[in-house]
Design a protein around this ligand. Structure first.
Ligand code: AMP
Length: 654
């Protein structure tokens, strides 16, 4: 594969002076120190992670074996004899020393309605709610579905599950009742935690209504805990539904932590893969906690007194890591933001930064692109001098968007940390270190500790060992937070991640490595698309379209979008006796998956390009929509090549 394009000259951004001269200095403060630590972590992972695990976590029972198992059977374990409790690590050990330190800052939808919660208060709240769960029969190992707006009680719910050794399965509150139902059924959850309503961007979200719709076909759910976010009354189904506020009144504010094994699952989280069925990715307590606590400390250079502002939703892996487990395990102060970047005005983020003196600010490229469109005057009028590290993740950040973020938000004195990882990796794979790494905008730079990167030739599966390389991003050895399995489907786990290239974890992302060793993520090589940082599979959208009685065939593709990164375009072949409006199909997708998955464009067609075996060639559709009809590639495998010109005309005129 050609690598000529890898050595275009990029502006190299050195480590900002402000970080180099800071006291206390960054945890890693030179590229030599990074390289030394990285090498140690690869050559001797047992010693490296064993030492960090004792330094950064509190263990009830010490571990003896740091790492065992491997990729062949997917039987990786970290710290296997060790026992601990995640909520103890997040709460008690800090509440004992520093009870009045603020653990969570709740920035409510309406700017003046938030509050601050100290470690003592958070520990009490978590214990009370854990006792509620216990009183209703929740036990270690039960899977609890959480579907909540961004209120502190969402974090409390996660930590209360962790306190009991119950496994939380948070479903992003933007998912529809159908998606929610599928996830509840797949996890066989008997317990659901939710709210009567949510508030976001000045609007009301009818959370309980969505829950009720989902539960019409979930007879296994025996209890729904409902937090009252607004004053509105909602239908209540007794004895299934109970009010959060009534129940906590009955419980004392201490609940002993259930000591779990390091390999016991802490949580599962559903994510999209190449098939229509989302997979419940399971993360183990000890390894996961260690990786995220190490991420926060080293990649985001967390120091005592920092205020960590991650603007994402708790429903995504990034919210689990950088609103709850990362900051709290470090004894830090985290922000929990209920609103949107533009409510009530496009200054909202910057008002928050100034008001709470945020030191690390974390958002997604999609939000940066949106705010850039509104103009820098919304940023410039605020005091952002508290910021030291500004962070972006979830999707690629274009160099020009990176430059804007650096100049306008970071005022050229902050470290910009574009970090690459996946729900399944559980923690960061590639990222610069604020005090060590010179940055090429658009590159997530170098691997985190313990991440042994390999670039594979997609055709042969052979590793490309030259510095300059282009191929598939794979990882050679296990790291602590690697997902341990897919819930109830270990075979799918093996087939998806560990079998495609024997001896490696397969990321499904393409990557380039330039002559200086910088990594450039190229995007997915499977059928996963990324809309505003939300991961979707094309077949998930197609399945939703096919649920409409009028749809005979459907194909979905991801198309570049200035604002959302990618957006969804679909081609739909209707059954001959049906005639429907585009809006009907858009609603179908909104209802089946959620509003964020709604196609931006639907083309009605009479046929789709297919191979002789009937496989739809989405690659051809993508070229047509992208206007790259000159490079459409080999069509010899198409059963119906005549359709290509018909579709070109169709797309041109729509
Ligand atoms: P998710 O598991 O939902 O976080 O999605 C993971 C996918 O998002 C990865 O496989 C990448 O395709 C993409 N991704 C995440 N972070 C980045 C990043 N910093 N740069 C480029 N792509 C990213």
């Amino acid at each position: 594969m050609s690598t000529d394009h890898l050595n275009i000259e990029f502006k190299l951004h050195p480590v900002p002076n402000r970080l180099l001269t800071r006291n206390p200095p960054p945890h890693v403060n030179s590229i030599e120190q990074y390289k030394k630590l990285y090498e140690e972590s690869i050559k001797n992972p047992t010693e490296f992670w064993g030492k960090l695990a004792n330094e950064l976590l509190t263990w009830h029972t010490p571990f003896k074996t740091v790492l065992s198992g491997g990729f062949e059977y997917g039987d990786v374990t970290w710290f296997r004899e060790g026992q601990l409790n995640a909520s103890y690590n997040c709460l008690d050990r800090h509440a004992i020393i520093n009870p009045d330190k603020v653990a969570l800052i709740y920035e409510a939808d309406e700017p003046d309605q938030g509050r601050k919660i100290t470690y003592r208060e958070l520990l009490h709240d978590v214990c009370r709610f854990a006792n509620v769960l216990k009183a209703h029969g929740v036990r270690k190992g039960d899977i609890i579905t959480i579907y909540m707006p961004m209120v502190p009680e969402a974090a409390i719910a996660l930590l209360a599950c962790a306190r009991l050794g119950a496994v939380h399965s948070v479903v992003f509150a933007g998912f529809s009742s159908d998606s929610l139902r599928n996830r509840i059924l797949d996890a066989s959850s008997k317990f659901v935690i939710t709210a009567n309503e949510g508030r976001r961007g000045g609007k009301t979200i009818h959370t309980k209504k969505i829950i009720d719709e989902a539960l019409t076909e979930c007879p296994g759910v025996k209890r729904v805990f409902v937090f009252r976010r607004t004053d509105s009354s909602v239908p209540f189904s007794s004895p299934r539904d109970v009010w959060w506020h009534d129940e906590i009144e009955k419980q004392r504010p201490y609940c002993p932590p259930e000591i779990v094994n390091a390999e016991d699952p802490l949580f599962m989280i559903y994510t999209s893969g190449s098939t229509g069925k989302p997979k419940g990715v399971l993360h183990a307590t000890g390894g996961y906690l260690l990786s995220v606590v190490a991420n926060l400390k080293y990649v985001f250079d967390y120091h005592e007194g920092d205020i960590f502002g991650c603007m994402t939703d708790i429903g995504w892996a990034v919210g689990h890591n950088f609103i709850v487990y990362g900051p709290l395990t470090n004894g830090g102060t985290a922000l929990l933001f209920e609103s949107t970047p533009i409510y009530p005005t496009p200054s909202r983020y910057w008002e928050i930064v100034a008001k709470h003196k945020i030191t690390q600010f974390f958002t997604a490229p999609t939000a940066i692109r949106l705010l850039r469109k509104f103009g820098r005057e919304y940023v410039d009028s605020h005091d952002l001098s508290s910021l030291r590290v500004i962070i972006s993740a979830g999707e690629p950040i274009n160099p020009d968007v990176w430059e804007w973020y650096n100049e306008v938000v970071g005022r050229n004195v902050c470290s910009v940390v574009d970090n690459y990882w996946q729900t399944e990796t559980g923690s960061i794979i590639l990222a610069p270190f604020p005090g060590a790494t010179a940055i090429k905008p658009g590159s997530a730079t170098f691997p985190f500790f313990g991440i042994d990167i390999a670039i594979l030739d997609p055709e042969t599966g052979e590793e490309i060992k030259t510095t300059e390389a282009e191929g598939i991003l794979a990882i050679r050895q296990p790291w602590p937070s690697i997902a341990r399995t897919i819930y109830n489907d270990h075979n799918r786990y093996l087939n998806t991640y560990l079998r495609p290239y024997k001896g490696y974890y397969f990321t499904s992302d393409g990557v380039g490595r330039d002559r200086d060793g910088y990594y450039w993520i190229r995007g997915r090589v499977d059928d996963v698309i990324n809309v505003s940082g939300h991961r979707l599979s094309t077949s998930e959208i197609e399945s939703a379209l096919l649920m409409h009685p009028a749809t005979a065939e459907a194909a979905a593709i991801g198309v570049d979008s200035e604002l959302k990164g990618q957006c969804v375009h679909t081609f739909v072949n209707l059954k001959s006796d049906h005639d429907i409006e585009i809006d009907d199909l858009v609603s179908q997708v909104r209802e089946s998956i959620g509003p964020f998955a709604a196609p931006e464009k639907i083309y009605f067609v009479n046929d789709l390009p297919k191979t002789r075996s009937g496989k739809i060639m989405r690659r051809v559709l993508k070229k047509i929509v992208d206007g790259q009809t000159d490079s459409i590639g080999d069509l010899s495998t198409l059963a119906n090549p005549e359709i290509v010109n018909i579709l070109i005309e169709k797309v041109k005129h729509s």
